[in-house]
Design a protein around this ligand. Structure first.
Ligand code: ADP
Ligand code: MG
Length: 246
């Protein structure tokens, strides 16, 4: 029981500026092992920047990051960190000249040095898990956006990460393709993956996540469980944001 509550990522007074513009202002929070944390808030509030700091796609300008009890800073082996903390982007970012299965196999072969045959076998299992086994030999350009995003999730899982970051994974999709991607994400969550998800899908935030963080203008305005945030928001800014979505 104690172990399931272990903090996997701790963020202390994180700050990030681009030039003179401070985009993240004193962000502190903890992400527990196995939790699904959704990050919501208006456009431009710093959600993507925050997520990108967690795997050092952006370099923090202040504060401390602690992943599994170890400091994440300029001395961190970025390759190792990104093996443990995977990321799924809004725009999928698949390699266009590789088939679906080759996309999923690539990092295990080249970064983890796993034998090709084993990497292919594991990649096929993952494509099956995201419902795309029969599309294994298709190129990204031959797949719908939703299918490409499911390949991207399989690709992230192929590295056997300890945690996955999702930055608006369904925002670029036609509405009818969103559901399949959210279903896959829900299954990944139920399998126990620790996830931090920036999303506008409030139904997902409400029903799948157990930790909701509302950000505005570079601050965490309010955080709590879905019931706290969606049913009993305390802060006026949270209330206004949620009302606008109705
Ligand atoms: P969100 O994901 O909540 O929409 P972002 O983290 O993308 O917000 O952006 C927050 C603010 O930081 C925005 O004003 C944006 O213009 C600015 N910003 C983001 N990335 C950069 C960058 N690389 N250089 C300069 N400004 C940036
Ligand atoms: Mg963003």
């Amino acid at each position: 029981m104690e172990n399931s509550k272990k903090v996997i990522y701790e963020i202390k007074h994180l700050r990030k500026s681009f030039g003179k513009v401070e985009v993240l202002k004193d962000i502190s929070m903890k992400i527990e092992n196995g939790e699904v944390c959704t990050i919501i808030g208006p456009s431009g509030s710093g959600k993507s920047t925050f997520l990108r700091c967690l795997n050092l796609l952006e370099k923090p300008t202040g504060g401390e990051l602690w992943f599994e009890g170890k400091r994440v800073n300029e001395k961190t082996d970025v390759k190792m960190l990104r093996r443990d903390v995977g990321m799924v982007f809004q725009s999928f970012n698949l390699f266009p000249m590789f088939t679906a299965v080759e996309n999923v196999m690539y990092a295990p072969i080249h970064i983890k040095k796993i034998p090709r045959s084993q990497a292919r076998e594991e990649a096929m299992e993952l494509l099956d898990r995201v419902g795309l086994a029969e599309r294994a030999d298709y190129y990204p350009g031959e797949l719908s956006g939703g299918q490409q995003q499911r390949v991207a999730i399989a690709r992230a899982l192929a590295m056997k990460p300890k945690m996955l970051l999702f930055d608006e994974p369904t925002s670029a999709l036609d509405p009818e393709l969103v559901g399949d991607v959210l279903t896959v994400m829900k299954e990944v969550a139920l399998a126990g993956m620790t996830m931090a998800v920036v999303t506008h899908e409030m139904q997902f935030a409400r029903s799948v996540s157990n930790h909701v963080v509302f950000m505005d203008k570079g601050y965490i305005v309010e955080e709590g469980n879905p019931e706290d945030i969606f049913t009993h928001p305390k802060e006026e800014r949270t209330q206004t944001f949620l009302k606008r979505l109705l």
